[in-house]
Design a protein around this ligand. Structure first.
Ligand SMILES: [Zn+2]
Ligand SMILES: [Zn+2]
Length: 200
């Protein structure tokens, strides 16, 4: 499994021959806010990409990418595997001054992939497409009961004491242990409560 998805566009740029790349990725490294971020996939994510010339410095990229990402259930926070099937279709433009490839919004509102090297690293492009296509939130099961708002208990594992109809206001902050429980007597300092402290 290669580290970065590369596509070689040299012969496309010389002779308009289509360029092709395919493989599997277990992660993508990409730049965001000047830092390198890693997007990890649950299982090897297959990609297949071809690029053909539109004349001049313009090209068109098309293909598919099927990453499975891990997200948290919006209700109970357990990990959920989210398989994505992405259809790729993006205009590309060669600009020799571009250091690293980036997506730019064209006047039409369409994203154009700008690149400056005939060996194009598709990591940033595929990461951005994946993030843009990910759902904002997922639930691990439509029936997920979520977490207890008081104690954080996962209600999918069964009810907790707070679900027995006790109004939230009546629950003691110390995990609901009543003041009169045996704990007070075992506390070596419990007797101090009875000391009379003379006032000055
Ligand atoms: Zn859940
Ligand atoms: Zn609870």
């Amino acid at each position: 499994m290669s580290d970065s998805p590369l596509i070689h566009l040299g012969s496309l740029m010389r002779s308009s021959e289509d360029a092709h790349a395919e493989g599997e990725l277990d992660h993508l490294n990409y730049e965001q806010g000047g830092k390198t971020q890693t997007l990890t996939f649950t299982e090897p994510a297959p990609y297949e990409i071809s690029v053909n010339s539109l004349g001049g410095s313009e090209m068109y990229l098309q293909g598919s990418f099927e990453p499975t990402i891990t997200m948290e259930c919006a209700r109970c926070l357990r990990e959920v595997e989210v398989p994505l099937e992405l259809t790729l279709g993006t205009l590309m433009r060669y600009e020799p001054s571009a250091d690293a490839p980036y997506l730019e919004e064209a006047e039409t509102g369409e994203e154009v992939l700008i690149f400056g090297d005939s060996t194009l690293d598709l990591s940033g492009y595929l990461a951005e497409i994946t993030l843009l296509s990910s759902p904002l939130s997922v639930v691990h099961d439509p029936e997920c009961k979520g977490l207890c708002q008081v104690c954080g208990h996962d209600l999918n594992d069964g009810p907790c004491e707070h679900m027995a109809g006790v109004p939230v206001e009546e629950i003691d902050d110390d995990l609901g242990i009543p003041q009169s429980s045996g704990h007070a007597k075992q506390n070596p300092f419990a007797g101090l409560r009875d000391l009379q402290v003379p006032e000055e």
